[in-house]
Design a protein around this ligand. Structure first.
Ligand code: NDP
Ligand code: MG
Ligand code: MG
Length: 341
């Protein structure tokens, strides 16, 4: 049984007694920095020269410095730049300022798990990974709630790294919801698998294939959009509330029967074998290497795939339809510009 920690199991005064540098002010960065600040923690934001994010952080009244400046100043450095940039940011601007007794923290274990960052001995290495996009982490905190985190300690140099990790999780609101203990390896491998096979990769391509099947058979794209994309949220909301069981309880008997007999024709034994192969590529580091090698090569493959997928006809139909209908779509990411990646 997983070990779960709540507000009562965490001591906020530990993180309140530390100087915390949040490196990056994007999705996770803004949520961590603002939630910690609102929890009475002394926070500075580290950004590169000429950063677009600096104005946003300053508007919030946060102190901003270069990554090197805030890393030198801080007791705890939370790295929240994109995973592919962390190795460089770390070696150039953080490592030189990592003295004994400091702590290095992450919201995803990628760089530690695959060896792109090796923290020196004498430094605590922590993971505090909120299980939601950063904008939701901030919105829930402001509403007095929290997003569950998963936390891990890779290196406990101080002997009190766990207490520090739990205190940080309390500062961002995680212990309000509950925090699960994990390891860097478990978090990294399951996070990558979940997003690749199910949440992002599996779901996006399932929706696209369903849309293509209907439109290729001559049905109207607008109708296909509703059936395979728009209604997805309603189904997922039910699963989120009460599992697959509640979703099946709510849908019609026709839909439920169709689920049982047709679902296994889409997700077959072969699909599961392919999922196992995806997991093997994650565990072996092959996926990480492919991603980072491509990034080091100017992200040529990544950019090509992004462009190709953005041109899928479902995006054009969806863009027009969402403009024409007055259902209240609540924007999750206020920075998102329709049509941008
Ligand atoms: P973002 O892409 O939102 O981070 C962008 C921020 O990083 C911007 O402030 C950007 O500043 C800054 N940045 C980018 N490159 C550099 C650099 N070289 N030096 C300094 N600052 C830089 O990242 P996410 O929030 O998506 O991800 C951060 C971490 O959190 C990752 O480890 C990710 O796996 C993890 N995570 C993310 C989740 C999410 O909700 N997105 C969920 C859970 C974990 P600038 O204005 O200069 O470009
Ligand atoms: Mg992830
Ligand atoms: Mg229907």
């Amino acid at each position: 049984m997983a070990e779960i920690f709540y507000d009562d199991n965490a001591d906020l005064s530990i993180i309140q007694g530390k100087k915390v540098a949040v490196v990056g002010f994007g999705s996770q960065g803004h949520a961590h920095a603002l939630n910690l600040r609102d929890s009475g923690v002394e926070v500075r934001v580290g950004l590169r020269e000429g950063s677009k994010s600096a104005a946003k952080a300053e508007e919030e009244g946060l102190a901003v410095g270069t990554v090197a400046e805030v890393a030198e100043w801080a007791d705890l450095i939370m790295i929240l730049t994109p995973d592919q940039d962390q190795r460089k940011v770390y070696s150039e601007s953080i490592q030189p300022h990592l003295g004994e007794g400091k702590a290095l923290a992450f919201a995803h274990g990628f760089n530690i798990r695959f060896g792109y960052i090796e923290a020196p001995a004498g430094v605590d290495v922590l993971l505090i990974a909120p299980k939601a996009p950063g904008h939701t982490v901030r919105r829930e905190f402001v509403a007095g709630r929290g997003i569950p985190d998963i936390v891990a300690v890779e290196q406990d140099a101080s002997g009190s790294a766990w207490d520090l990790a739990l205190s940080y999780a309390k500062g961002i609101g995680g212990t309000r919801a509950g925090v699960i203990k994990t390891t860097f390896t478990e978090e990294t491998e399951t996070d990558l698998f979940g997003e690749q096979a199910v949440l992002c990769g599996g779901m996006s391509h399932l929706v696209q294939a369903g849309f293509e099947t209907l439109t290729e058979a001559g049905y109207q794209p607008e109708i296909a959009y509703f059936e395979v994309l728009h209604e997805l949220k309603l189904i997922v909301d039910l699963m989120h509330e009460g599992g697959i069981a509640k979703q099946r309880w709510s849908i019609s008997d026709t839909a439920e029967y169709g689920d049982y007999v047709s679902g296994p024709r889409v997700v077959t034994e072969q699909t599961k074998a392919d999922m196992k192969a995806i997991l093997s590529d994650i565990q072996s580091g092959a996926f990480a290497k492919r991603f980072i090698d491509d990034q080091d090569n100017g992200a040529a493959e990544f950019k090509e795939l992004r462009e190709k997928e953005a041109a899928h006809p479902i995006e054009t139909v969806g863009k027009d339809l969402r403009k024409m209908f007055a259902w209240s779509a609540q924007a999750i990411d206020s920075d998102y510009v329709e049509g941008s990646a």
